[in-house]
Write a protein that binds this ligand. Structure first.
Ligand SMILES: C[S@@+](CC[C@H](N)C(=O)[O-])C[C@H]1O[C@@H](n2cnc3c(N)ncnc32)[C@H](O)[C@@H]1O
Length: 174
């Protein structure tokens, strides 16, 4: 039996969504070790050659070794990628205007209300009609509060229960 202590790792629901909906512009807030980034890119490769796939990742990357480890892992995928180092409450607003409309956004960084709210408020600027945002860990009180505040007249917000994973919000434009 697999006991999942931390709320991250292999998220099959993301990979299924990427394959089914032919996603190739992927963004992730909270990159950690880059394994999920790599898995998402591999899923996108089912429909696109690596050079057509773009990944944008935001994380503290607190040490140079952490950054380099993720950089090397993503370089090996052959896809285009950009990593943004620092607090997403600062780096997202700094860079949001230079980023394209995304196919999929996975918000999985800080779990406080302030961070979850800020990540959503910034990421929502990158939504096209087809974009889906997944916000991991709806069970965290701060994340839940930020999600519950999203206006339902503008966005379709669904709470999903992926098998062997944590409660997640799935959001798209109405
Ligand atoms: C739950 S882990 C991400 C796991 C990854 N998405 C996965 O699926 O394997 C959270 C990550 O978010 C980062 N993080 C937390 N708060 C952050 C913030 N305010 N700004 C940038 N990164 C943050 C942490 O450094 C950590 O690497």
């Amino acid at each position: 039996m697999v006991v999942r202590v931390f709320g991250f790792g292999y998220h099959s629901f993301l990979n299924e969504h990427i394959k089914k909906n032919k996603c190739k512009r992927l963004m992730e807030i909270g990159v950690y070790d880059g394994e999920n980034a790599k898995n998402m890119i591999e899923a996108a490769k089912k429909n696109f050659p690596p050079e057509e796939i773009e990944y944008y990742g935001f994380d503290y990357f607190e040490s140079e070794a952490h950054y380099q480890k993720v950089y090397k892992k993503l370089k090996e995928t052959g896809s285009k990628f950009k990593l943004f180092k620092g607090d997403s409450k600062v780096t997202l607003p700094q860079h949001i205007n230079e980023l394209p409309i995304m196919d999929l956004i996975f918000i999985d960084g800080g779990k406080s209300y302030e961070t979850a709210k800020s990540d959503w408020e910034n990421c929502k600027k990158l939504l096209g009609d087809h974009t889906v945002v997944f916000v991991h860990n709806y069970g965290f009180p701060g994340v839940k509060r930020a999600i519950d505040e999203i206006p339902r007249d503008k966005y379709v917000v669904e709470i999903i229960y992926p098998p062997n994973d944590y409660v997640t919000a799935r959001i798209r434009k109405r």
